[in-house]
Design a protein around this ligand. Structure first.
Ligand code: ADP
Ligand code: MG
Ligand code: ZN
Length: 493
């Protein structure tokens, strides 16, 4: 059995990613139905998105605009004229049995996205960005797995049918060797951030508004590219990386044993990290694509496209470079912030008044640890940037020590309210009232005469023992600096 390292020593991987993004338009692609996520099944449908006879589609302008903006952000050329195409297929969750998509005339083509992995830049070519309609959603119930095998019945929800879907297809990416899994993940993360910055989709992989198909092939060093497989619906960034890695290992072992790779789709299983064979891949001719006769061609006006380009927001890479400079960070610091998914959270915390160092400390420290323990995204912990800024302000004002602040944060994480509310409810406060502290200090001195003697003799380092004792009796609420001053002044000659 070849390991990943064995595989990359003998073979060269090529990857290619197809990413589907559901646009966050108010209405569907070709009808006026609403697109709210999570509504009761089949409550957001009409004759057009159900594909009833006689209904006719009308193109959603907001979807075109969003797609052009994505294309521009990915450095693509925008077609001055293009058409939708019918993709004919048996779709159990699409009663028309065809999908309105784009084929040889995509709205945007030939761009690129720059992606960084550990300070190294990779330029990922973008083949095309096109627009299509989403299908409905099948639910297989009665079985143990939620998959069709073993289910007693299947249900279809058409609320999703007709939601605008943008497909972003990369050119094949060769020459990245052992970096292939990381590059794939970094590309999807960067693409997600670009689209989020454009504000055209919420790009939530776990809710399916961003879905990835990962193509992988291997060839012997110096030979032509191998046959690719397409791993479908890889639904988290971590899975993008794992699916490339596991597919490289799987293919490498087949090739090493003299086998051939079959061009097929594969299904990735999040739980095991392995994939299983899907269907053997049909070719474009099987779909009998032809220009959609029910829609007029698209001809984006050149001036309009120019205006959209001029109005693009600052894109993530540029934005991050600016923050790195403003916050006085190294590229490596920024990379760890990025890896933790904390850029925006820190930015918002700074906007609420915290210093960049303090904001970074909380989000990469306590809060990252908490999120990791629970296996959730950093932004989903329930603590807001504003609460982190409030907490830090209490520390800066001397109302909390670092240690107490962590206790308060626990309360905030537990849903007990804002930091000030947690302090009041849990009775947490810094004791800097010297009267009360002096009593505690004197008790500590009386209990540790030998230590006190050392301090009197000039050994200031020994004060730590007495400070620790005072901290214990005040349950950590004493201000350490004040205690130290008191100890030293009580024991000075
Ligand atoms: P399909 O509709 O069959 O999935 P697409 O053109 O939509 O085809 O996407 C194919 C994807 O596979 C693209 O991202 C492309 O870059 C990638 N690809 C093509 N050839 C290879 C290869 N030999 N190895 C890995 N990926 C490849
Ligand atoms: Mg495809
Ligand atoms: Zn509809």
């Amino acid at each position: 059995m070849l390991s990943f390292d064995d595989v990359v020593a003998r073979y060269e991987p090529v990857i290619g990613l197809e990413t589907h993004v559901e646009l966050g338009t108010q209405t569907k692609m070709f009808c006026g139905c609403p697109t709210v996520f999570g509504a009761e099944p089949n409550t957001q449908v009409c004759p057009v998105c159900l594909g009833l006879p006689g209904s006719l589609p009308v193109t959603n302008k907001a979807a075109i605009e969003a797609t052009v903006r994505i294309g521009l952000a990915l450095n693509c050329s925008i077609a001055s004229w293009c058409r939708f195409a019918r993709k004919n297929y048996f779709y159990p969750d699409m009663p028309k049995n065809f999908q309105i998509s784009q084929y040889d005339e995509p709205l945007c083509s030939d761009g690129y996205l720059d992606v960084e992995v550990d300070g190294e830049l990779f330029r990922i070519g973008i083949e095309r960005v096109h627009l299509e309609e989403d299908t409905g959603k099948s639910l297989h119930v009665g079985g143990a797995t939620g998959r069709i095998h073993g289910a007693t019945e299947s249900l279809v929800d058409f609320n999703r049918a007709g939601i605008p879907l943008v497909e972003i297809v990369t050119k094949p990416v060769p020459g990245i060797g052992a970096r292939a899994p990381e590059v794939a993940k970094a590309y999807v993360a960067e693409l997600r951030d670009v689209i989020r910055t454009l504000g055209v989709s919420d790009v939530k992989m776990e809710q399916g508004s961003m879905r990835c198909d990962v193509n992988t092939s291997l060839n012997k060093l110096g030979e032509t590219w191998g046959t690719r497989t397409e791993t479908k619906n890889v639904n988290s960034l971590r899975s993008v990386e794992r699916s490339v890695r596991s597919e490289m290992i799987r293919q490498g072992n087949i090739l090493e044993n003299g086998g051939h790779i079959i061009q097929e789709t594969r299904h990735f299983h999040e739980d095991t990290g392995e994939s299983t064979s899907g269907r053997s891949k049909e070719t474009a001719t099987d779909y009998r694509y032809f220009p959609e006769p029910d829609l007029v061609p698209l001809a984006p006006d050149a001036t309009w496209v120019k205006e959209l380009k001029a109005a693009l927001p600052e894109l993530p890479r540029v934005h991050r470079a600016r923050l790195t400079a403003e916050w006085g960070l190294s590229a490596l610091d920024m990379q760890s912030i990025l890896n933790a998914g904390a850029v925006e959270l820190i930015e918002q915390t700074v906007a609420q008044g915290a210093s960049p160092e303090a904001a970074r400390k909380w989000w990469l420290g306590e809060l990252s640890r908490h999120a990791n323990e629970r296996g959730i995204e950093l932004g989903d912990s329930g603590v807001t940037p504003s609460q982190v800024a409030q907490l830090q302000k209490l520390v800066d004002e001397g109302k909390l020590t670092d240690k107490l602040a962590r206790q308060v944060l626990e309360g905030v994480l537990a849903g007990e309210g804002d930091p000030a509310e947690v302090m009041a409810a849990r009775g947490i406060e810094v004791v800097s009232d010297t009267g009360a502290l002096t009593v505690a200090v004197d008790e500590a001195i009386a209990a540790n005469p030998d230590i006190a003697e050392k301090i009197r003799g000039g050994n200031q380092a020994a004060a730590g023992v007495l400070i620790g004792a005072v901290m214990k009796t005040t349950r950590g609420q004493a201000d350490a600096k004040t205690v130290r001053e008191l100890v030293l002044s009580r024991l000075s000659n």
